[in-house]
Write a protein that binds this ligand. Structure first.
Ligand SMILES: CC(=O)[C@@H](O)[C@H](O)COP(=O)(O)O
Ligand SMILES: NCC(=O)COP(=O)(O)O
Length: 237
């Protein structure tokens, strides 16, 4: 079964636009679960422009499914994750002022660093995942870092889907097969949507989890949050 983890960053972006508490990010997290989501993802960035560090602390006790915290493991992020102890931490190599994530780790060049950070999280009992591009050698090197899972960066798949989905999926199936052979857990995310999710899942049914935020929150403007979550869950059947 592939779990749907809803990324609520965009909900925090709307809240922060006015400085108040509308929409209420904590209520949205709880409601996503109530509507069927099997996890909540947050990606606090150093400038806290959407999810704030305090949101992460406040969400944890409210979550009854899986809590996934994504981000670049700078010191204050490592401290936050070790304090909050989510179900899963996903390491993402973001630059400070990046609009959004745009690549996976070079797990070969950063093997020493990643091994050390993964070790700290695993010692604390937190499942680990490394965000990688769909390249077999990056998947293999991620395994060498000791991680439990990888998350495939799916933006290139999403971008290529409409023109030629058979070509767009190919590197992802190849990378996913390498992960499966190495007994690495497999997550995927970035720009997955109601248009491209079913085909992705049909081709890689051994996926453990997808985390979806931007497109899902946009769809919720038209369909409402409950209906939207049900539509995404249907893509994973
Ligand atoms: C790692 C990843 O792809 C997502 O976490 C994505 O970066 C969401 O972050 P934003 O909401 O800041 O775009
Ligand atoms: N890990 C990917 C994620 O959490 C959501 O990415 P997106 O759907 O907002 O592009």
């Amino acid at each position: 079964m592939t779990k749907l983890s809803v990324n609520i960053n965009k909900v925090a972006t709307i809240r922060n636009a006015r400085g108040g508490n509308n929409p209420d990010v904590l209520k949205v997290a709880v409601d996503c679960e109530k509507f069927g989501a099997q996890g909540i993802t947050v990606h606090p960035r150093p400038d806290e422009r959407h999810i704030r560090y305090q949101d992460v602390r406040d969400i944890k006790p409210l979550i009854t499914t899986e809590f996934n915290i994504e981000g670049n493991p700078i010191d204050k992020y490592i401290k936050l994750v070790l304090e909050v102890k989510p179900t899963q931490v996903t390491l993402v190599p973001d630059a400070d002022n990046q609009i959004t994530s745009n690549h996976g780790w070079d797990t070969v060049a950063n093997k020493g660093f990643l091994t050390d950070v993964i070790g700290q999280f695993k010692e604390a009992g937190i499942r680990t995942s490394i965000f990688v591009d769909a390249e077999p050698k990056m998947v293999e090197a991620a395994r060498m870092c000791g991680t439990d899972r990888i998350e495939l960066y799916t933006e290139p798949y999403a971008a290529g889907y409409e023109a030629n989905r058979e070509e767009a999926i190919k590197p992802f199936v190849e990378a996913a097969e390498v992960a499966r052979e190495m007994e690495l857990g497999l997550n995927a995310g970035h720009d997955l949507s109601l248009q491209n999710l079913t085909y992705f899942h049909q081709n890689i049914p051994w996926l453990d989890e997808v985390s979806i935020g931007h497109a899902l929150i946009c769809d919720a403007l038209y369909f409402g949050l409950e209906d939207t979550i049900k539509r995404y869950l249907a893509c994973l059947k």
